[in-house]
Write a protein that binds this ligand. Structure first.
Ligand SMILES: [Zn+2]
Length: 553
């Protein structure tokens, strides 16, 4: 039974099966994601569908119509917005960095709370801010661990490597093709190239981006400007996101021009569109280079050349020889080990679960978390069931007079030595009463009844509140007796009455086993025929200690 589906961001490894789940498996509950994710998700899903159905020939797959139907079911939220799902589930989104619209989600059910990070980035990149989380003290933090053992500096190093590759290629007169998805890396890479071109005085080497990229990116960044970082927010008002000095819009004819150039073109996996068209033209020269995102779906040209294919099929009629150099983009916007530790420190969870990473790296990080924070940490395999022990907190009303009786004056505490305190271990003799709150007569039957209130009452209060008068409980047991021999009689009596109810001085009343019951009477009488025997009955009564309602200053 699944109560709700939460999508953290638009990357396909987080939303790719959503239409399958809602339209083909029949899931009909709520689906929650942020506004930008809701805007971008269907574009990626449609792309994914096209590749799988039209290029790979998969038949049992969701249709465009199904993607539309699926997106209609989505409830969109903003950062810090809390959504109530049904009676007792509360979902709150937190900014995650990573890609436009990415969010971490806190889920609360009763007194239990959990934070699922999705993918996040604890350092701001060139167009988005860093993930932000409050001291939520959740029972469980589920965090991604893509870069569980990597440290931040290596990202800068890889950025430098990327720039060096581009620079070296254009220096020897080659062309660089960078297939990108319209949103995400594209913006970051453009800003990276722009800054480098300025610094290195590379103005004579043209850099272009394909038209589709500008329109889509500008639209989404304009729509969701609040999701970008401070610098973009400040400068976007003055000029648009792609108003670069060195990067200009691309026109089809430019691809045939001689000499070096750099082109950012969509789509990112070389499966269609401008990036594939240009690839066909540039792939037969060793001078040129193609820098692909680290991950390309199987079956795409991007995937084939990344795995080293030297001859690839572009479509049914066209096959090309791949002579150009192929590189992959080895950095992406995930938290590194330092970032993950930082998030744990900020959130202060009671338990941590590691997901979305490599087993070996997760084990390393798990040990680090256990020793540095002293909290339980788990790295379950897919499909493994994990049981985490929690101490639920149940709010209970307790009357002032009942508390007053158990207060003591703390003479040791500073600076107020006379403060009244309640011991953590105070044992309170009281009755636990659960009351169903009756729904208001005017409310319709569709509104759920309010939860029952749980109260601790002094036995005297219980008498009046729940109309339970002082009463006697009587227990009874029958034993057959062969002989009314005195020895056997007393033995039977001893066996008949539960040991726990017998105090040392059996004639005495008083506290036995810390109960508030007092033995009141023991009655012994012979049973009637046909079995000659003995009936022993005894009773206990609620013992009411003196009740002094008093006020405390
Ligand atoms: Zn992601």
């Amino acid at each position: 039974m699944i109560d709700a589906v939460i999508i953290s961001h638009f990357h396909l490894d987080h939303c790719g099966s959503l239409p399958y789940f809602t339209e083909m498996c029949g899931y009909n509950g709520p689906v929650v994601m942020t506004y930008p994710t809701k805007a971008v998700c269907p574009i990626l899903l449609e792309d994914y569908r096209k590749i799988t159905v039209e290029r790979k020939g998969e038949t049992n797959f969701f249709t465009s119509q199904m993607i539309k139907e699926c997106m209609k079911k989505v409830i969109a939220v903003n950062v810090h917005q809390t959504l109530k799902l049904g009676e007792d589930i509360e979902v709150t989104a937190y900014y995650a960095g990573h890609v436009l619209g990415a969010a971490m989600f806190q889920v609360k059910v009763g007194s239990f709370s959990c934070l699922y990070t999705g993918d996040y980035n604890m350092t701001p990149d060139r167009h988005l801010g860093a993930a932000q989380i409050d001291k939520l003290k959740v029972d469980l933090l589920i965090t991604e661990t893509t870069y569980a053992t990597t440290i931040r500096d290596s990202k800068r190093l890889r950025e430098r490597e990327f720039l060096n590759k581009v620079h070296k290629t254009v220096e020897r007169g080659g062309k660089v093709l960078i297939p990108v998805f319209a949103l995400g890396r594209a913006q970051e890479l453009c800003i990276l190239i722009e800054t480098y071109w300025e610094r290195m005085n590379l103005g004579h080497v043209p850099v272009y981006f394909s038209a589709g990229l500008v329109e889509k990116a500008n639209l989404y960044y304009k729509l969701f400007i609040n999701w970008t970082n401070q610098k973009i927010k400040e400068t976007f008002v003055k000029h648009n996101m792609f108003d670069f000095k060195h990067i200009k819009p691309f026109e089809r004819a430019y691809a045939d021009k001689a000499g070096p150039m750099v082109l950012f073109a969509t789509p990112g996996m070389l499966h269609a569109g401008m990036s594939l068209e240009v690839f066909k033209k540039w792939c037969d020269s060793e001078l040129n280079m193609c820098i692909l995102p680290g991950y390309c779906v199987a079956g795409t040209v991007g995937n084939k050349i990344l795995s080293g294919s030297k001859r690839v099929e572009i479509d049914k009629k066209t096959q090309v020889d791949v002579k150009l150099q192929v590189r992959s983009l080895s950095f992406s916007a995930h938290a590194d080990a330092k970032g993950i530790m930082q998030l744990i420190q900020q959130c202060e969870p009671k338990n941590v679960m590691l997901v979305h990473g490599e087993k070996g790296k997760m084990q390393f990080l798990k040990e680090r978390i256990k020793t540095e924070f002293g909290i339980p940490c788990f790295d379950p395999a897919n499909g493994e069931v994990l049981t985490i022990n929690l101490t639920p907190s149940i709010p209970i009303d307790i009357s002032r007079s009942l508390i007053d009786q158990h207060l003591y004056i703390d003479t040791h505490s500073e600076p107020e030595p006379k403060r009244l305190k309640l011991h953590h271990t105070t044992q309170i003799d009281a009755l636990l009463v659960m009351e169903e709150t009756s729904p208001a007569s005017s409310s319709s039957s569709s509104t759920p009844p309010p939860p029952p209130t749980i109260r601790l009452l002094h036995p005297k209060e219980a008498e009046s509140t729940i109309k339970l008068p002082e009463h006697e409980l009587r227990f009874e047991v029958e034993r057959p007796m062969v002989l009314m021999d005195t020895e056997e009689f007393w033995l039977a009596l001893a066996n008949a009455i539960p040991q726990s109810h017998l105090s040392k001085d059996s004639q005495d009343s008083g506290y036995a086993n810390n109960t508030i019951f007092q033995r009141k009477s023991i009655r012994i009488e012979p049973t009637s025929s046909p079995t000659r025997g003995l009936r022993v009955s005894w009773s206990f009564q609620v013992c009411i200690p003196p009740f002094f309602p008093q006020s405390v200053q």
